[in-house]
Design a protein around this ligand. Sequence first.
Ligand SMILES: C[S@@+](CC[C@H](N)C(=O)[O-])C[C@H]1O[C@@H](n2cnc3c(N)ncnc32)[C@H](O)[C@@H]1O
Length: 449
Amino acid sequence: MSIDQPDAGHLQVGQRLTVTIEKLATGGDGVARPEGFTLFIPRTAPGDVAEVAVTEVAKRYGRARLLSLVLPGPDRVPAVCPLADRCPGCQLQHLRYDAQLDAKRAFVSDGLERIGHLRGIEVLPTIGMETPWQYRNKGEFIADAREGRVRLGYQDDAQGFVPLPECRIHHPLTMEILRATEAVATAYALPLAQLITRVSPSDGQALAILVCWAWHDQLPAAAEALRARVPGLAGVLWSQVRGRSVVRRTLADPLTGAKALVQRLGEWEYTVSAESFFQVNTAQGTRLLELVMAYAGPLDGRFMADGYCGVGTFLVPMAGGALRAIGIEEHPAALRDCGENLARYARHDVHLYEGRVEVIFPRLVRKGRQLDVVVLDPPRKGAGLAVLESMAKLNTARVVLVSCDPATLGRDAGDLQALGYRLETVQPLDMFPQTWHVETVVLAVKDGA
Ligand SMILES: C[S@@+](CC[C@H](N)C(=O)[O-])C[C@H]1O[C@@H](n2cnc3c(N)ncnc32)[C@H](O)[C@@H]1O
């Protein structure tokens, strides 16, 4: 046992102790160090003096549960949501909003330093929202049926099903659909496993996907009943769970009404199918688009690519300025939407590839192609070394990397530096207020470019 990494010899599961919270860890848990041992405690704030109960002890760290506050820290505010103590959704709701933004900046710095081994990189202050509530345009809720009554909420590892009578971060229309779906699914005895909602805040229209354990003959009638209850509900689709977990399901089939919504980011309009990815926070999505375009710089006469292009959120506005543009996307529905969105703005020369960036980039390398500017907005797992290496072989001078996970951002940023790119700007953006999650936009420029 070393002095700076004491083991947990003196701590036991169930033990109660009083601790002071030093800081927040990535993930939103408060960190205390009783006698030098690291304890993670959810729903605590820096400076809190708290009575806690130890729930888990490992060799190098432990976890504890907040029992009571002895003294609140300076950044603590009363949580506005009555479910704040139970719902796993908003890990930072008990923090002042400016303290949430500071914490997210620290999460990004920590990812760059600890995982990317990058020292001395300036991380800009997190860009927040004026009103950090009711921002989510996408909802995913688990269904629970007991005694003939269907309720919707979240699944939590520790508590099981948590019903959701209200939520302050979802768009109000989402909550209207949720309540109507509970009533309709109960009345029609639907074998509902999950509800997915999409809202277009600019025109107040929404889609709902009823994810069921199996087909039910009452589904079409239930879908009509749902639309009759919620005027903004433009379409209802259904899909079927594959296997035992709602994570895997069939592609959604329409039951009634529209299959896609029109989403707007600033002056740009996008067709977005029920299952295509779209930025979950429309207001911050507009800021993200502005940042990506500014970091990409002037595109005239240049070749650009948008890997992970989705419905064309960045590709559609940017393609107009470039000499040649390509988009790569693996999801067929998103790619179809992207084609439609490019056509809406007469971007006829853009080459769209259906497939994985890790396959398409090496193919472009083999063809001897060059890409001056590349935008990469991968899912949580990040781009990874193989994609970044092949991008470097395409002689890319400017990379705009968008990340929703500080850990994989740190790894990708470290790899970019090792490949000869200089991190010019690291800008966190609060896409997910009240939660620990943070979006980051990075501009990396090839040394000597
Ligand atoms: C975070 S979203 C970004 C989409 C788009 N940039 C936007 O802002 O709307 C990631 C997108 O990459 C797609 N995707 C995931 N893995 C991929 C891969 N290996 N190759 C290509 N596309 C991928 C997903 O289907 C999704 O549309």
